[in-house]
Design a binder for this molecule. Structure first.
Ligand SMILES: [Zn+2]
Length: 296
């Protein structure tokens, strides 16, 4: 078994979004597709590894956010089988609602950021539940329901490694810092803390966050992420209670995160990688929505 990290070079920024090519005894499996906009980079990475698009028969996606599964419909239309959470599956089959809500957020940047979002033929979509096993490429993946970042999120365990999507946060190579992607509408602080407890107990030595690349599974990683979830949500709550409007909170959150990055010794280039992988305004929206939901 061999795992290759393909850098999708999202927005011409290296180490922001990965796809993973896992080669088993019976062929290749793709974990995450990235968005449609990075399909040329993905196909180039696969070609370098010796694969044509039609060689990819199995595609696992941790969740349906565009940076993870935006190109899943394209792959399904090529005949690949897509394995996806039961909440996410209907939106891969008919992405119109996702496209409409994303267009409200991204406007005319939609195409540059995400490219084409194509519907996946239903017969090529396999719906996955917690603890399901997926046999692909002669390998056995186990899906672990891991909500918190999104309600519809799976981590895929494969032997001594786990593909963690966004559930382990963001960890860019050569950086000691963990980043928190907390987008609307499904970010939930307590639910994610429960997911961290679950993942701590999964006996793997390496985790593969989609942002970006393999990193050792350690208690320190989970400690940092758990602390960051609490600190970030408390920071935003304090700004809301102080009466700041959304844009002012975004500015304050950006400053606060820059201070964290500086304290961790990150270069400006690394900070830009974190910001490309995880636009912080989205997290402010996600956290504000979380608090408003809680208040109701
Ligand atoms: Zn996500």
């Amino acid at each position: 078994m061999k795992i290759q990290t393909i850098d999708l070079n999202f927005q011409n920024v290296p180490h922001a979004i990965a796809a993973y090519l896992v080669t088993g005894p019976e062929g290749p499996v793709l974990v995450e597709t990235g968005p449609g906009s990075t399909l040329p980079a993905l196909l180039e990475g696969l070609a370098t590894a010796g694969y044509a698009p039609q060689d990819i028969k199995h595609v696992l996606v941790t969740h349906i956010h565009f940076d993870h599964a935006g190109a899943a419909g394209w792959w399904a239309q090529q005949g690949a089988r897509i394995y996806v959470h039961y909440f996410g599956a209907p939106h891969l089959i008919d992405p119109s609602k996702l496209i409409a809500s994303a267009t409200r957020i991204y406007g005319n940047k939609m195409n540059t950021l995400w490219g084409k979002i194509l519907p996946a033929p239903a017969e090529n979509v396999t719906i996955i539940h917690d603890n399901d096993t997926i046999n692909a490429g002669g390998l056995t993946f186990t899906a672990l329901e891991t909500p918190g970042h999104a309600r519809h999120h799976h981590v895929f365990r494969l032997g001594t490694v786990a593909f963690t999507g966004d559930a382990a946060g963001i960890k860019i190579p050569d950086s000691p810092m963990v980043g928190l992607p907390a987008p609307p509408p499904e970010f939930e602080r307590e639910v994610w803390q429960e997911t961290i407890q679950r993942l701590r107990e999964v006996d793997v030595d390496t985790i593969y966050p989609t942002h970006f690349g393999p990193t050792p599974q350690t208690d320190a990683h989970w400690d940092k992420l758990g602390q960051l979830i609490n600190d970030s949500t408390e920071f935003v709550r304090a700004q809301m209670e102080a009466g700041l409007d959304r844009d002012a909170i975004v500015a304050a959150y950006l400053d606060w995160n820059r201070e964290r990055a500086a304290a961790a010794g990150l270069s400006e280039a690394l900070i830009q990688t974190y910001l490309t992988a995880n636009p912080l305004a989205m997290s402010v929206d996600g956290i504000m929505r979380y608090w408003r939901k809680r208040a109701r």
